[in-house]
Design a protein around this ligand. Structure first.
Ligand code: NAD
Length: 252
């Protein structure tokens, strides 16, 4: 049993009722952590409030932090609130992400910029803000939510693949800079995970995807969350700069 009692964990992009963000929040709370739930849009408020109640029911303390993680002033304010409430930050999960899929020929430059800003630049902004605190604490860990697409590429996702591959390079560079300061940085590369996106696929499309996966099933968000909790725990205290695939064996 992993015990993160007393630690403070920020999950960015945790504004959906389901999905990987919500699963991360609940998995860290079950391990005993206090949680900062980050969300961007007012439409997420009911889902975020419900998630916060679930964290409290598990026994964790919770801070709800509205911030657009692509905007450094928003992120700075979020960390001021975190320090005001908890006085520390132990884990940051850079989970916020978007897709704007299109074949290269028709992809708008703005759609490239938006996806790279949200998925990659945000991790730079948030990690940099966390870093000054973690360096003073002399401890901490960061997890960047990449994707199998960052490892393999995918037609129609030039922007998304670039952002997720970029996160892997960023993870390794940050890990090298910070390894000597007792701060570990890793990435997770989920494959096909049950989400709003996969829910929209037809049964035929789901069957086609399932056939490709060695474990013959689409993954649960909890599998990704459990990997993150492990990477944040003392069980992973000699693991840094790694990319952990959670994909039923799809990429190997
Ligand atoms: P999701 O859309 O449910 O979650 C993404 C969240 O990020 C949303 O709540 C959204 O509001 C939030 N967000 C977007 N821009 C933001 C911003 N600027 N500031 C703050 N929050 C912002 O999707 P998900 O499937 O749960 O994905 C979570 C992460 O996992 C993403 O980074 C995604 O790329 C990655 N991922 C998902 C899958 C999958 O199959 N679902 C596979 C590989 C990787």
């Amino acid at each position: 049993m992993i015990d993160l009692t007393g630690s403070v964990v920020l999950v960015t992009g945790a504004g959906s009722a389901k999905g990987i963000g919500a699963a991360l929040v609940l998995a860290y709370a079950k391990a005993g952590a206090n949680i900062v739930i980050n969300y961007r849009s007012d439409t997420s408020v009911p889902a975020v409030n419900k998630l916060a109640e679930m964290v409290k029911a598990i026994g964790g303390d919770v801070l709800i932090a509205k911030a657009d993680v692509t905007i450094s002033t928003d992120v700075k304010e979020m960390f001021t609130s975190i320090m005001g409430k908890f006085g520390r930050i132990d884990t940051v999960v850079n989970n916020a992400g978007i897709t704007k899929d299109m074949l290269l020929l028709r992809m708008k430059e703005q759609d490239f910029t938006d996806v790279v800003d949200t998925n990659l630049k945000s991790a730079f902004i948030v990690s940099k803000a966390a870093m000054s605190i973690m360096l003073k604490q002399k401890s901490g860990n960061i997890i960047n939510m990449s994707s199998i697409v960052g490892l393999t590429g995918n037609a129609g996702q030039v922007n998304y693949a670039a952002s997720k591959a970029g996160l892997i390079g960023m993870t390794k560079s940050m890990a090298k800079e910070l390894a000597g300061r007792n701060i570990r940085v890793n990435a997770i590369a989920p494959g096909f995970i049950v989400s709003d996106m996969t829910d929209k696929l037809s049964e035929e499309q789901k069957l086609g995807i399932t056939q490709m996966i060695p474990m013959k099933k689409i993954g649960e968000a909890e599998a990704v969350a459990n990997a993150a909790v492990f990477l944040s725990s003392d069980l992973a205290n000699y693991i840094t700069g790694q990319v952990l695939s959670v994909d039923g064996g799809l990429h190997m």
